[in-house]
Design a protein around this ligand. Structure first.
Ligand SMILES: [Zn+2]
Length: 404
């Protein structure tokens, strides 16, 4: 192959091609450096002589849909004067990696719209190589996440596999970036983050979190000046757990088979946002379930009303709505609702402080949903480091159109 092709197609101007080989779907180009080094980089004398060689294979950009391997004769040199020993520099690849820079860039580009497995199949390289390339790229561009200018954060936990391995994440609520991924849940998972904050001297203004006592205590201890904010998303999440508990109890106590069926099929409708149900059939099904069971219907309407707390034009009106909600829940005499009333009362200040800051519930919820989608497709995330890197890049839609 013509050397100027190597230059124009791939920018490889120091190489010459000595032979081409065609094996099935692969083109193997035998290459070597055009010029030999004569001057010793150590002592500057011109006694630098060849001292053996070895062959290395690099995957290059494909030609005509075929895989390309650059089979390179890599020369070793030795200085006759100072004994300095060196292998020639390979300008198109990094360290011991077995692919060219351009190939790596191509893989990263493809991964914006394809899964690891798709890219691996398409380019005829292993899944691990594709992951390694992506990992290196993410490491360079997204890690460690910068904390500069961060003022408002959200803290959340989620289970990676059903109910087992937990991760705690800290999100910058202004940019949507994930700033930290901690192992486990509860206060311990956040220790590394607090240390980082202290080291960088960063002052957090608002912290949005769920109503877990462990997180709250951890925030108050480590960010005493920050205002705790309980947003709509997290409070409703807790309320949904109570509602689901009431539904489950009603289901297990119901003897009528048909009524049991109605209760079983409404979980999704009950927990969803009531104003999003447009389908008449669903609406009827939900109404039937609610008409059947009084505690369930009471809980459902209180859940729907809860949202109103965050929808007022001013804080004072939200205060009235909140107090009225607590009163209704207490008067219901339904244990789960009374418990929720106690929680809301205890965190009243944090709930209402939502009116003093600009934390967007949509952002908190959006990030939660993104993680859910990623988890669902995350068969490939046995690699902890790679999983973390994917989370760090999650805000960037150029990176995360594909997952898995
Ligand atoms: Zn020398």
């Amino acid at each position: 192959m013509n050397s100027s092709f190597l230059y124009h197609a791939w920018g490889l101007y120091t190489l010459e091609c000595t032979r081409e080989e065609y094996k099935g779907n692969t083109i193997i180009l035998h290459v070597q450096t055009k010029e030999r080094i004569k001057t010793c980089p150590n002592c500057g004398k011109r006694n630098f002589v060849k001292n053996g060689y070895r062959f290395r294979d690099f995957v290059g950009l494909p030609i005509g849909g075929k895989k390309v391997i650059l089979h390179m004769k890599v020369q070793r040199y030795k200085c006759k004067d100072c004994n300095f020993d060196q292998q020639e520099h390979i300008p198109f690849a990094t360290g011991s990696r077995s692919y060219t820079h351009r190939f790596a860039k191509y893989v990263v580009d493809l991964l914006r719209g394809m899964t690891l497995q798709d890219v691996s199949n398409h380019l005829g390289v292993s899944w691990d190589t594709v992951k390694d390339i992506h990992s290196t790229y993410l490491e360079r561009h997204y890690s460690p996440p910068s904390l500069e200018g961060v003022e408002n954060i959200g803290i959340d936990e989620f289970a990676i596999r059903k109910g087992h391995v937990y991760k705690t994440i800290v999100v910058d609520l202004d940019s949507g970036r994930i700033l930290y991924v901690g192992d486990g849940k509860g206060a311990d998972a956040l220790m590394g983050f607090w240390k980082k904050l202290k080291r960088k001297g960063i002052r957090i203004k608002h912290v949005a979190t769920d109503l877990s006592a462990a997180f709250i205590a951890s925030v108050m201890e480590n960010c005493p000046e920050a205002t705790l904010v309980f947003d709509h998303f997290h409070v409703v999440k807790l309320m949904n757990e109570k509602l689901d508990d009431i539904r489950r109890k009603a289901y297990s106590m119901e003897k009528d088979v048909n009524k049991r069926k109605v209760l079983k099929g409404t979980r999704y409708l009950l927990l969803g946002n009531g104003t999003d149900i447009f389908d008449k059939q669903y609406k009827t099904r939900l109404d039937n379930a609610l008409a059947m069971n009084e505690p369930l219907s009471k809980a459902y309407y209180l859940k729907e009303q809860l949202r109103e707390i965050w929808m007022q034009p001013m804080k004072s009106m939200a205060e009235d709505i909140l107090d009225d909600w607590v009163k209704q829940a207490e008067q219901s005499k339904i244990p789960q609702l009374m418990k929720m009333a106690t929680t809301i009362k205890a965190y009243r200040r944090g709930i209402l402080s939502w009116y003093d800051c600009h934390i967007s519930t949509g952002k908190v919820e959006g990030i939660n949903n993104k993680i859910k989608v990623m988890k669902r497709k995350a068969y490939g995330f046995r690699d902890e480091r790679y999983f973390k890197l994917r989370l760090y890049a999650l805000h960037d839609c150029r990176i995360t159109r594909n997952v898995g």
